[in-house]
Design a binder for this molecule. Sequence first.
Ligand SMILES: Nc1ncnc2c1ncn2[C@@H]1O[C@H](COP(=O)(O)OP(=O)(O)OP(=O)(O)O)[C@@H](O)[C@H]1O
Length: 265
Amino acid sequence: MFGRREPRPAQQAPGEALRLENVRRVYGAEGNQVVALDGVSLSLPVGSFTAVMGPSGSGKSTLLQCAAGLDRPSGGRVFVDGAELTGDGEAALTRFRRQRIGFVFQQFNLLPTLNVMQNVVLPLKLAGRRVDKARARAVLERVGLGARLGHLPSELSGGQQQRVAIARALVTEPRVLFADEPTGALDTRSARDVLGLLQESVRMFGQTVVMVTHDPVAAAHANAVLYLADGRIVGHQTAPTAEAVAERMTHLADEVERQRTMAGA
Ligand SMILES: Nc1ncnc2c1ncn2[C@@H]1O[C@H](COP(=O)(O)OP(=O)(O)OP(=O)(O)O)[C@@H](O)[C@H]1O
C-alpha cells in the first residue's frame, strides 16, 4: 500500500522494470464514485516498449499517472525497478519520481522562458544532481537538436519541442520513460520522428518505455500493446502491426458498447 513506511525488499523478477499489483484508482466521494482502474496487475521487462490502448475513458492516463507516481492509487502497489513507490508524503514521492521516472506529455510542457539547454538540465537541478552539460548536449544531439541549444521553445516547431521534452526525460536516465499521447499534437512526419526516437532509445540504450496512444500506427512502433477497457486489462498483443491494432480496437469498442448496453438494459 501507499503509506507504508518500512522499505520493503524488492518483490520483482530479475530484469523487471515496472510492476503493478492489483492497482485501483477510484475518483470522487462516496456515492458518486468513478472506478478509473479496477485492479490492474502487470509486469514489464527492462528494455520493453509497450503501448497502452483502449477506448476513451478506459483508464489509460490514470494508469500511466499511477505507475509514474504522478497520482496515487486508491489501492494496490507499484514497483519501479524493484523499489516500491512508497507514500511517506508528497516529498518522498516527488524524490522517487525525479530519480527514477521520465515523463513526456502530449503538450510538451517545456518552460517557455528557459532555452533548450536550460529546459533539459532542469530535472537534474531539481533532483540536486550534478549538471553535466556535455551529457545534456550529447542527448540533444541524439534527438537532432544540437544546433538549437540557445533557442526558446517558442522558436521551435511542435515536433522539435517534443524532441526537447524527450531529451529532458532521457537526461536523467530514468528506469521507465512514460509518454502520454506523445504524438497527439504532431503532424505525421514529426510523429514518426518522435516514435523513431523512442524506438531508438529502447533498441540502442535498453530504455523501458510505456506509451499511451489512440493511434494504431503509433502503437505499432511498440513491441507489445496492452488493451484497457473499463479500468481493466482486457488484452495483450506482441509484435503489433497497425492493421492488427486497428482491428482489435474496433472489436474492443464494439464489445465495450455491447456490455454497457447490457448493463443498462
Ligand atoms: N480527476 C478525476 N476526477 C474524476 N474522475 C476522473 C478524474 N480523472 C479521470 N476520471 C475518470 O476516470 C476514468 C478514466 O479516465 P482516464 O483519463 O484515465 O481515461 P483515458 O482512457 O485516458 O481517456 P482518454 O482516452 O479520453 O484520454 C474516466 O471515466 C474519467 O472520467
